[in-house]
Ligand binder design. Structure first.
Ligand code: NAD
Length: 539
């Protein structure tokens, strides 16, 4: 309790970070002048949490649950986080994918109160001053989007703010970054979404997107302003259009503490899944051939990290690249293909052009990874071709939200006769097939980014390296138990996420100290140091 200047009356009840509602004790009610403002019975935080989860479950639609949870976060932050942490498997899909996709689409129509910051094209020359309006100064994590490629849903403009808000709620819940150290930012450079531009409810700039130099100058000013106003902040780029995502990552990754979750976080979680799958399939990681459907930021990010991992196993860069094959909407990526982006070049092989299924039949990959945003692209013939080539094919249908997944879990198990080792980006419930229960894995970036964030913040790392994602992936894979593998799972249960994030943070911080890229000195007891950093919502 702050003895000097207590918040009193409605101010105390309206301060989400300190409000305890009906759980304020007798002494606290006296101290904050709350007598008469609350129903008389004082309830325990446990009863409060129980009432809240019951009320959440009464809502029929997921979007209504999202609205309920948003209101709770704005009313009693600690109760919100207790609910998320204690019921992570149930609540995470409501505050993040898949529900957040619908929430973003409808954001302007559902709008009740702002959260996070909006930096716009109109703030050019004044971004530092705008950032200084944020009431908290000790910001440690910023998640920023420009809303141009929200999940697999395309340009949602300023409605994309739902993504940074959701991701930061996961930083708090899964890695214990304190809520006041988190800042969601919408970099509003306009939108090319014609429907939104004509929608009177839309709340972003009603202009088409800045492009070219004007765009990059604005981002540059933003990055410098963050460095000055929040010098300890890690910046997570989220849901930028692929060419911008790569350009920004390449420009800032060695200068500032930043990473792109769509490229690098996805890569970490996919690499961990591939490692864990080898414990079921019995294959040797360094002998594998891996095929991607989709050649955008997610798929190429995964390939780059796989390459790094294969090199760690002793292959040369060239040998590693040869193991990784891409197919996009026009077929196999081969040397004479035109109009591909620079990030595709390392993976264009000397080969005759082939369609998708023929490529599977000829190249016989053991792992197939879909990151297209295009549903139904893993059809029966694709799954059958993978099953014919492998005893235990591994298939990732990573596209989000659920409606965009390349195939459903049921389809994968059914068409492979239960042989597949399957993971998806959005969650699928367990599947019963031929009397067996199969539990699909969720290759959710949440397994990686909170731990990376915590590890780099604690060690005051100066940048985030590719090797940190490798280390994070290995640590994640090691936390899949034999019991999980027996159920077909290649990720640990989400209910272990805080422990998973802690272990990743430890490995990442050790990696940072070892490579000498930290501002902080390694504390004697790093384990305790990390635990001490982790916020708990209990009161
Ligand atoms: P992107 O736009 O950069 O790339 C999409 C790629 O898919 C492009 O190469 C495009 O040519 C290709 N493609 C589109 N339709 C196709 C089709 N019918 N057949 C073959 N190829 C096709 O997007 P991205 O950032 O790479 O993201 C792609 C998807 O991955 C999104 O749905 C996103 O939600 C998902 N994703 C999932 C995770 C995760 O679950 N961990 C993380 C990041 C991205």
């Amino acid at each position: 309790m702050n003895k000097k200047k207590p918040l009193t009356g409605f101010l105390a009840l309206n301060s989400a970070s300190t409000n305890k509602g009906t759980a304020f004790t007798k002494e606290e009610r006296e101290y904050h002048k709350l007598r008469g403002l609350l129903p008389p019975r004082i309830v325990s935080p446990e009863i409060q949490a129980e009432r809240t989860i019951k009320n959440l479950r009464r809502k029929k639609d997921d979007i209504d649950k999202y609205i309920f949870l948003t209101a709770l976060q704005a009313r009693n932050e600690r109760l919100f986080y207790k609910l998320v942490i204690d019921h992570i498997e149930e609540v995470m899909p409501l505050i993040y994918t898949p529900t957040v996709g619908q929430a973003c689409k409808e954001y302007a129509h559902m709008f009740r109160r702002p959260r996070g910051m909006y930096i716009t094209a109109e703030d050019k020359g004044e971004i530092k001053g705008v950032l200084e309006n944020w009431p908290y100064k000790d910001i440690k994590v910023i998640v920023v989007t420009d809303g141009e490629r929200i999940l697999g849903l395309g340009d949602l403009g300023a409605n994309g703010i739902g993504i940074p808000i959701g991701k930061l709620a996961l930083y708090v819940s899964c890695a214990g970054i304190p809520p006041q150290q988190c800042l969601p930012i919408m970099l509003d450079v306009g939108t090319n979404n014609v429907e939104y531009l004509h929608d009177p409810f839309y709340l972003g700039l009603t202009q088409t997107r800045l492009t070219g130099d004007a765009y990059y100058e604005l981002v540059d000013e933003f990055m410098q302003a963050v460095d000055e106003v929040f010098p300890k902040a890690l910046i997570q780029f989220e849901d930028f259009l692929t060419p911008n995502a790569y350009a920004l990552l390449n420009k800032y990754r060695h200068k500032q503490l930043c990473f792109n979750d769509d490229i690098q976080g996805t890569a970490g979680v996919a690499l961990a899944g591939v490692y864990a799958s080898t414990r079921i399939s019995g294959l040797n990681f360094k002998d594998m051939r891996i095929m991607f459907l989709g050649a955008g930021s997610a798929a190429t990010g995964i390939a780059d990290l796989l390459c790094h991992a294969l090199q760690r196993e002793g292959l040369s860069e060239n040998e590693a690249r040869k193991r990784l094959w891409f197919v996009d909407i026009e077929g196999l990526l081969v040397k004479d293909r035109k109009n591909l982006l620079p990030h595709n070049e390392p993976y264009m092989h000397e080969h005759e052009p082939l369609g998708f299924v023929d490529a599977i039949k000829e190249i016989r990959p053991q792992v197939l990874i879909g990151a297209t945003g295009a549903p139904n692209t893993f059809n029966r013939s694709v799954i059958e071709a993978m099953s014919n080539a492998n005893k235990r094919p591994t298939i990732f249908a990573l596209s989000n939200p659920t409606s965009r997944a390349e195939c459903t879990a049921m389809e994968a198990y059914e068409w492979s006769n239960g042989k597949v080792i399957f993971a998806s980006g959005s969650p699928f419930p367990p599947v019963e097939y031929n009397g067996e229960i199969y539990t699909p894995g969720q290759g959710n970036n949440v397994y990686i980014f909170p731990g990376i964030g915590l590890g780099t913040i604690v060690s005051e790392s100066l940048s985030i390296t590719e090797d940190m994602f490798f280390v994070a992936a290995r640590t994640l894979a090691d936390q899949v138990s034999q019991n999980d593998l027996d159920k077909g799972m290649i990720y640990p249960p989400l209910s272990n996420i805080r422990e998973v994030s802690y272990n990743i943070a430890l490995a990442v911080a050790e990696n940072a100290y070892k490579t000498g890229i930290t501002k902080a000195k390694r504390p004697k007891n790093l384990e305790q140091n990390i635990r001490d950093h982790m916020y708990s919502p209990d009161y």
